[in-house]
Ligand binder design. Structure first.
Ligand code: PSU
Ligand code: MN
Length: 300
């Protein structure tokens, strides 16, 4: 039995982590460092990390240190959303799973809690592009910890879409939807919760009704590296403009925008991105522990 299966069987705390952030979202060498740091933070907070990816055509839930290192070093790997699994399998390819892809594989493996940086969402109307993350959130009963929607996206439109799909938007210790790099967006959440136990109780109430969507837990980026909105707004506009001019679209758009923002802000957005990923890994692990404690109590 694999370690992950052992954990599931005994209701021990597991936290799923995605890998597109490693293969496409962050530059080298910060990507490998971050992947290792996230796994460490999860362990320090009492849970087992399961980073999810596709390696040579096999869906893998939980990677070894060597596998993580190899994934972080590869060029031209596939970015795997739900539509891409079969392609990677039949072509025996390797790739990083997006939020949507990770939700699919983690749920299939029996994992209940997942942490990421920022989910995908609706891009500006000029580049009609709605992330598959949103549909996956609508259909997958898991707790997903994030810092909101990546700020390169249309936040109000993304919230409208999630509302239509019935996905609860939880503000973690906040009444406001965080804006990924910034703590404020001026947009409301659908409920505020303040502890991991409250999040678990909310998820149980939601799913016991027979509702089957994810519960999106939105935690603002840490105060120390959070950026004021006006400090990133100009860079976001410029990066979007360049993407339009260069005709960058589809799966390449989000990675392009993130990389350009990092360059335009002299690394400030990258620092915030790394920080919030670790912060979300910590909260994800705490929620995984609370979920596991609740399950063990119920089944004792
Ligand atoms: N969070 C980050 N950086 C990232 C991502 C999330 O801090 O790069 C990734 C996630 O894997 C998410 C993807 O699913 O960006 C969104 O891509 P798209 O907009 O093409 O669906
Ligand atoms: Mn997209």
């Amino acid at each position: 039995m694999t370690q992950v299966k052992h954990y599931i069987k005994h209701y021990l705390p597991l936290l799923a982590l995605e890998s597109t952030v490693i293969t496409h979202g962050l530059p080298r060498p910060q990507n490998l460092q971050l992947a290792r740091d996230m796994e460490r933070v999860v362990r320090e907070n009492g849970a087992k990390p399961a980073t999810i990816a596709v390696l040579e055509g096999k869906i893998r839930v939980g990677l070894t240190g060597a596998e993580l290192e190899r994934l972080a070093s590869l060029d031209n790997v596939r970015k795997i959303s739900r539509r891409d699994f079969a392609a990677a399998i039949v072509k025996k390819e390797t790739g990083g799973t997006t939020v949507a892809g990770t939700l699919f594989a983690a749920h299939r493996a029996g994992i209940k809690v997942f942490a990421t940086g920022g989910i995908g969402g609706v891009h500006e109307v000029k580049t009609f592009d709605i992330s598959a993350d949103l549909q996956a959130l609508a259909e997958t009963p898991m707790i997903v910890v994030c810092a909101g929607v990546k700020a390169i996206l249309d936040l109000p439109a993304t919230l409208e879409y999630l509302e239509t799909m019935g996905v609860p938007i939880i503000g973690y210790q906040t009444d406001e939807f965080p804006a990924f790099y910034s703590r404020q967006s001026g947009l409301p959440v659908s409920a505020r919760l303040d502890t991991p136990q409250e999040v678990v109780a909310f998820g149980k109430a939601h799913w016991e009704l027979g509702l089957t969507s994810a519960v999106l837990v939105c935690q603002p980026p840490p105060v120390a590296t959070a950026l004021p909105r006006h400090a990133v707004e100009e860079a976001i506009q410029q990066a979007r403009q360049e993407a339009l001019q260069k005709n960058i679209h589809g799966q390449a758009l989000t990675p392009f925008l993130l990389q350009r923002l990092n360059e335009l802000t002299d690394g400030a957005t990258l620092r915030t991105n790394l920080d919030l990923l670790l912060n979300n890994a910590r909260l994800g692990a705490q929620i995984a522990c609370a979920y596991s404690a609740d399950l063990r109590q119920r089944t004792a």
